[in-house]
Design a protein around this ligand. Structure first.
Ligand code: NAP
Length: 312
């Protein structure tokens, strides 16, 4: 069997041009321009290239995007007060902090400071909690992009066995929840899993987010499974995923390539989340003419991190 290639690049282009840009035009008709701010700290080449892709997709969809750049010496407090300013700015609808951050800045503290209504990466405890409870929320971008790819490739998850390898907060855990909400039976694997091959043997869908180049090969994949490769690695100037594409495509019925698979879908989901956030923030304004202040976002963040209530 030679697998059908699920091109994330093509699906993302289609969604951007045919669905998202139409929504943006409608919003512009109401004088709302979805506006995304990306916070970029330091000079990492990979981060700069991810950010450039986000700007490119934003331009394609017709939304506004701005990159706020800071050098790696910036203090944690300065980043937190930048986020407070963004939380209070009614013309900004979405904010993301490009990771990684320098070691002296707490990622949890920074992400938790983002107001949940502007958390277009879907990383705050509030949005993660809603996802867990099956409530409508801003879903984190990579899992959201994976679900869109599965839908568009015609993979019905109802009653299917899904094996997820990797249990990170940004990919493995949320995607397993989303698959369960589509009535799949999910097996979660991680570094302590015993007999991984057995866990893969009856999988209809395999989602690999391990962070190890070519970790899964064709001989571990049951004939006809759908394979979603989340990993991305630069090996001697050549990109590859967590799956050995050449051997896997001979066993899978459908597979995502690297590059051009999950990556573009992740960015597309970010743009969609920004548009959703703009719609919701605007209707909240219309309903109540009320916007929570930074102090309230701080209180929420302190609650989320279990810290003492902030006095300012
Ligand atoms: P992560 O935080 O590094 O977590 C890796 C997970 O893999 C952990 O749960 C770990 O288990 C598990 N693992 C490691 N070695 C294993 C082994 N030998 N057997 C089974 N499980 C093992 O990963 P992540 O942030 O989800 O990222 C995974 C990959 O996806 C990376 O290559 C990353 O660059 C890529 N990524 C791509 C996108 C995109 O848009 N394309 C987005 C996000 C991430 P333990 O929990 O037991 O340690």
């Amino acid at each position: 069997m030679t697998a059908k290639i699920i091109s994330g690049r093509e699906v993302a282009e289609h969604i951007l041009e045919n669905e998202l840009s139409k929504k943006v035009e409608e919003l512009k008709g109401k004088n709302i321009i979805p506006n995304l701010v990306v916070i970029l700290v330091g000079e990492m080449k990979a981060s700069a290239s991810y950010v450039a892709q986000k700007e490119k997709f934003a331009a394609k969809a017709g939304i506004k995007s701005e990159v706020r750049r800071f050098n790696s010496e910036i203090s944690e407090n300065e980043i937190l007060s930048e986020i407070d300013k963004i939380n209070d700015d009614s013309l900004i609808h979405g904010v993301i902090v490009q990771l990684p951050l320098p070691d002296h800045i707490s990622v949890a503290k920074v992400l938790n400071r983002i107001h949940p209504s502007k958390d277009v990466d879907g990383f705050t405890p509030n949005n993660v909690g809603k996802l867990f409870l099956g409530e409508d929320t801003l879903v984190s971008c990579t899992p959201k992009g994976i679900m869109q790819m599965l839908r568009i490739s015609g993979t019905d998850l109802n009653g299917k066995n899904v094996t997820v390898i990797g249990r990170s907060n940004i990919v493995g855990k949320p995607v397993s929840i989303l698959c369960q909400s589509e009535n799949a039976t999910v097996t979660m694997c991680h570094s302590r899993t015993k007999d991984l091959n057995h866990k893969l043997s009856d999988a209809d869908v395999i989602i690999v987010a391990v962070g190890v180049p070519k970790f899964i090969s064709g001989d571990q994949i049951p004939e006809g499974a759908v394979v979603i490769d989340v990993g991305i690695h630069n090996i001697d100037g050549k990109l590859c995923g967590d799956v050995d594409f050449d051997s896997a495509k001979e066993k899978a019925s459908a597979i995502t390539p690297v590059p051009g698979g999950v990556g573009p879908m992740t960015v597309c989901a970010l743009i969609e989340n920004t548009i959703i956030a703009a719609e919701r923030i605007n209707s909240a304004w219309e309903d109540s003419n009320f916007w929570p202040l930074a102090s309230e976002a701080n209180a929420l963040s302190n609650w989320a991190t279990g810290a003492k209530k902030d006095s300012n």
